[in-house]
Design a protein around this ligand. Structure first.
Ligand code: NAP
Length: 251
């Protein structure tokens, strides 16, 4: 079965590639560094030629100010489903974020774009497995909520229930190796934590002594639990301390 990873160099994509290789599957690795531009679609059809299953873990942010966030992300998804259709890819495994449909996010640009991406996948004729994940443990340093400065680190006070990117990758690989079908699954991690506390734990592990300062979340609801997993989510380890033990401090 020929497999492609779209967004192969990313936080979760690099882990998906590694896990496929562990199973002796050598995937087509798709990213700009591999000569494919998802926003324009350049090189995508060729990369997906004769592919049976594609795992989309891309995050096609605008490269410059000539294109907005919503247009960039939705263009990428439209190009992916169009190329999958043309190339007769039999199964698309697509990663999204848990909770983006909640009305509180109606003015939250990234989540509004994510909803539109989800809609493009749902409306396409490509058999799709959709995995909706809460934030990753690795979100502890994500620039959308964390700002690094010389003298400290500012972290928005989100309440999250993170899951390890490695675990997300495992779920995606298992979905890709299973039979195609249209289904949705929500996954999360075992613990709730305030993001500044998660960042503090990770920086301690990395030996980064900069103080962490919690700042107000851009939406108050982000501090109040709106991102916690729904009851139907599958809870998957490792917990945060076990995950931290796997993070290698710099030498
Ligand atoms: N981070 C979280 O906590 C979280 C939680 C739930 C779901 N998700 C979702 O998971 C997905 C992956 O997230 P991530 O954090 O792993 O992303 P990431 O680390 O930012 O990786 C994004 C990948 O997309 C590729 N890419 C970006 N723009 C591209 C373009 N124009 N053409 C081709 N490739 C492009 C990047 O490769 P190049 O830069 O080399 O092109 C990279 O391989 C996203 O859809 C995100 O919404 C994330």
């Amino acid at each position: 079965m020929k497999t492609a990873v779209i967004g192969a160099t990313g936080t979760v994509g690099s882990r998906v590639v590694a896990k496929l290789k562990d199973r002796n599957v050598s995937p087509v690795e798709i990213s700009r560094s591999a000569g494919v531009d998802l926003i324009t679609g350049e090189g995508l059809g060729e990369a997906l030629a004769s592919v049976d299953v594609a795992i989309d873990v891309s995050n096609a942010f605008p490269p410059d100010e000539t294109i907005g966030l919503h247009e960039a992300l939705t263009s990428a998804t439209r190009n992916i489903v169009d190329a999958c259709t043309t190339q007769q890819v039999g199964h698309l495994v697509y990663l999204s974020i848990s909770g983006v449909d909640k009305p509180v996010f109606d003015d939250f640009p990234y989540y509004v774009a994510k909803r539109s991406q989800d809609g493009i996948v749902a409306e396409s004729s490509v058999p799709a497995t959709v995995v909706k994940s809460t934030q990753f443990h690795e979100f502890a340093t994500n620039p959308s909520a964390v700002s690094f400065e010389d003298n400290g680190v500012r972290v928005e006070d989100w309440l999250v229930q993170p899951v390890a990117a490695d675990t997300v990758a495992e779920v995606l690989v298992e979905a890709a190796l299973a039979n195609p079908g249209t289904r949705t699954r929500t996954i999360t991690g075992p613990e709730e934590i305030r993001l500044p506390d998660l960042t503090t734990k990770l920086l301690d592990r990395l030996g980064d002594a900069r103080p962490v300062r919690a700042t107000a979340a851009s939406l108050p609801e982000l501090s109040e639990g709106i991102l916690l997993a729904p009851d139907h989510a599958t809870v998957l380890g490792p917990d945060i301390n076990t995950w931290l033990d796997t993070v290698n401090p710099p030498h």
